[in-house]
Design a protein around this ligand. Structure first.
Ligand code: AHR
Length: 650
């Protein structure tokens, strides 16, 4: 039922030849003998706040360090004092009578004289990008004391101080109050800043200083960048794993991701430092998690793009590469309760405490959570003392939830081998396998799952990427992943879900390469790997068709979309030579003479996309004529081809 090496047999059988001496490559697809169903969840995405994917990335907040919760040394990071034309002000970060307990710090302005301007400026995440005539929504929590009379002027300015637009809010009183205003920019500027000026002398306290372009994804307040979300929506992923990765584990337990800190009013979400601050190679000391993109927003995003949510929770262990902290077994209950509460938050009735919180945030309908991950890349005895406790407690209450368990950080070796027999015994539902390997490994492992035990847990290929020596997002890496994915698809009776990692990377602010989608403050492009993921996802059949390919240097998978009757062939040619192939659709009746071919190819394996050339390696779709039950097709050098043939309904 799988592609097999039957070169000589098939050549002898078909007796065909191409260009004289060379025997043809043949592909035989048994259209009338469909094999197993393809998992409907096979192709998804994995979001982690790494490479500034959230704050400074898809979370559309334009102000950096809006709540002054960065560590003391960086308390005023991204902020600077503004004193113009006789204006005089002192800035300090204070904690007396804060906005709330989760947000203990705020900025105090002691304005001695207003002059032509006294206040603060925020430089955003490497500049604030605004568009001509578009609205920007400003908000701030503020209060005043010491005889202050007046309000605040919030204005957008270019780097050289030119006024682009402004609004006024106030008057301030001695109690915290949220003020909002709208600033329309007169020009497009990718490097503006937000300036907040006091209109009187005295003491002014500011917190949650915020600015969003009105045009977020679906124009949601506290929203996401529309262009970046569109890239995800275009992939039509069937699930989204979130929020990580290593950030779930944390460097230590205190730093772990706590979903309960990420819901409710944004002003009450407790900030955390980002574990990727401490990345081995590229440190980013001011990298934080505001949690403005929190679990509610993740669920909402999943719903928007039609992806099943797959949250991952900490299992009572911090990163085993870093501080290796472990929660004693007799103190594990709150962690298990977090998991049970999350299921209630996602699916529970609005009459329950957690369902009520979901409803209060604007979504009374359940999010229909089906999958839940317990731990990220955990391994060894420590994990297997903890995971079964989560499993038992969750299954007892929610047998409908499919649990994802860890198999360590590698796709083989000591910890992997330790995990699998134990996971079979539990038995686990889905085992999360991770592979970051050279392209050749992916080419060598296209048959990895052919002989996996069909009676054990299913596989979730939760993180993978081909990493070449210089860790670039090249066509070579993308084709290796595509070849590997043909193996996932052929084996999708055992491999239920798969996702590339990491998803996003902000140019100039990365801790990890390669990555799927690259962006700066205004632009975005997909890597060749992005197009591979997208093409596989958009061209799914629902049933595998057995197929035999006569060579081992090409890779492929065949499937059928039983709704449309389409036969879908995915062929990867990673070599420098074009491949002439004779294709036979055995048992197919009424094959249409035209088909659709989508080809991702380029001239060199080292080719990649960039801001300058965002579509250097991008798919091209064309109509192919003269196909039928038997036909010849040329597959370009260095290419992935998706061939959709209409073979009528069988
Ligand atoms: O994807 C980057 C990191 O790789 C993830 O956080 C972690 O799970 C893996 O080690």
């Amino acid at each position: 039922m799988f592609f097999r090496v039957v070169l000589l047999a098939l050549v002898a059988l078909t007796g065909m030849s191409v260009q004289g001496a060379e025997p043809p490559v043949s592909l035989t697809v048994q259209v009338d003998k469909p094999a197993h169903k393809i998992s409907p969840y096979l192709y998804g995405i994995f979001f982690e706040d790494i490479n500034y994917a959230a704050d400074g990335g898809v979370y559309a907040e334009l102000v950096q360090n809006r709540s002054f919760e960065f560590k003391a040394a960086d308390a005023l990071f991204a902020w600077s004092k503004v004193e113009r034309g006789g204006g005089a002000v002192n800035l300090s970060v204070e904690t007396d009578r804060p906005l709330n307990e989760s947000n203990p710090h705020f900025l105090r302005l002691q304005v001695q004289s207003v002059g032509k301007g006294a206040g603060v400026a925020n430089s955003g995440f490497g500049g604030i990008a605004v568009k001509r005539c578009e609205k920007n929504l400003f908000s701030v929590q503020a209060r005043a004391d010491g005889g202050f009379r007046g309000g605040l002027t919030a204005q957008l300015e270019s780097a050289d101080g030119k006024l682009l637009g402004s609004c006024r809010v106030g008057p301030l009183s001695s109690d915290w109050k949220k003020f909002t205003g709208t600033i329309v920019s007169s020009v497009t500027d990718t490097n503006a800043r937000l300036v907040v000026l006091a209109t009187g002398t005295g003491t002014v306290d500011l917190d949650m200083v915020s600015l969003f372009a009105e045009n977020t994804w679906k124009k949601r307040p506290n929203g996401l960048r529309a262009d970046l979300v569109q890239m995800l929506a275009d992939m039509k992923p069937s699930f989204m794993r979130f929020p990580g990765g290593c950030i779930v584990e944390g460097k230590d337990l205190d730093n772990r991701y706590r979903w309960k800190d990420t819901i409710g009013d944004v002003a009450g979400r407790k900030m955390n430092w980002n574990r990727w601050q401490d990345a081995v190679a590229i440190k980013a000391p001011q990298y934080y998690q505001s949690y403005g993109l929190g679990f509610y927003e993740f669920f909402q995003l999943c719903e928007d793009i039609g992806a099943e949510p797959l949250p991952v929770l900490n299992c009572g262990m911090s990163c085993q590469y870093q501080d290796k902290q472990v929660v004693p077994i007799d103190q594990l209950d709150p962690f298990i309760q977090d998991a049970l509460d999350l299921i209630e938050f996602a699916n529970g009735p609005v009459t329950g405490p957690w369902g009520a919180k979901r409803a209060a945030m604007g979504h009374p309908a359940p999010f229909r959570l089906k999958f839940l991950g317990i731990g990220n890349e955990q391994w060894g005895e420590t994990y297997f003392e903890r995971y079964p406790r989560f499993h038992a407690a969750i299954k007892a209450k929610h047998p409908e939830i499919q649990l994802v368990s860890a198999a360590g950080p590698s796709p083989d070796g000591q910890w992997f081998d330790y995990a699998w027999p134990r996971l079979k015994q539990i038995p686990a539902d889905l085992v999360d396998e991770h592979y970051y390997k050279p392209p050749q490994w992916f080419l060598d492992n296209t048959h990895r799952y052919d002989n996996y035990d069909r009676n054990g847990p299913k596989v979730f290929a939760g993180e993978y990427a081909a990493q070449n020596r210089n860790r670039r997002n090249t066509l070579e890496a993308a084709l290796a992943e595509a070849a590997f994915m043909t193996g996932l698809e052929r084996n999708s009776d055992i491999v239920s879900l798969a996702s590339y990692a990491p998803l996003f990377a902000k140019i100039g602010s990365t801790q990890w390469h390669p990555d799927l989608i690259w962006f700066d403050n205004t632009r975005v492009y997909g890597s060749p790997s992005y197009y591979v993921q997208k093409l596989f996802s958009l061209n799914r059949g629902d049933v595998v068709l057995p197929a035999q390919l006569s060579v081992t240097n090409l890779f492929g998978a065949a499937s059928r979309d039983t709704r449309t009757g389409d036969v879908i062939l995915k062929v990867v040619n990673p070599s420098a030579e074009a491949a002439e192939m004779s294709v036979e659709l055995e048992g197919a009746a009424g094959v249409s003479p035209t088909a659709q071919a989508t080809v991702l190819a380029s001239v060199r394996l080292s080719d990649e996309n960039s801001l300058g050339e965002p579509a250097k390696v991008a798919p091209v779709t064309a109509t192919v004529r003269g196909v039928g039950r038997e036909f010849r097709q040329t597959f370009k050098p260095y290419s992935l081809t998706i061939l959709r043939l209409n073979a009528g309904r069988q």
